[in-house]
Design a protein around this ligand. Sequence first.
Ligand code: HEM
Length: 134
Amino acid sequence: MADKDYTYSDVSEHSTKKDLFVVIHDKVYNASSFVDEHPGGEEVLLDVGGQDATEAFEDVGHSDEAREILDGLLVGKLKRQDGDPQPKSYAPAASSSSSTEGAGLGVGLYAIILIGGVLAFGAYKYLQSQQEGQ
Ligand code: HEM
């Protein structure tokens, strides 16, 4: 059952307190049994019922314990389709693009450090040869 694929519109049909699905990191969770127990209140869960709750969930900085509870509520995974709302900052797509930017900057930084090092070494050698000549 946990392997079932849900489309975003399947998930959006489960948005009532008794039948409450949320999507977090492209996985689908049935939060119905947990709504009443949620330390953050039922209101916030109902707000994201049937929708992508990744941002709301991550913004709170939930504990590992909260993530374990989440594992127990797993019912399947989200199958994204064209036209579905795209997840924002915590989405794999968004994070992969920002990590490529990060990698680009990283390579640039290495190049600068390397060139700086070569120049410094050249200057050192030059000064040394000047001194030897004296
Ligand atoms: C099914 C998904 C969720 C689970 C299993 C869950 C679980 C928990 C747990 C176990 C806590 C206690 C603190 C901790 O262990 O981190 C907590 C606190 C909290 N949660 Fe959630 N949560 C879920 C979704 C959400 C969402 C979508 C929001 C939206 C904003 C939210 C807002 C909060 C807030 C504000 C607290 C802090 C309450 C306090 O410390 O007074 N949670 N949640």
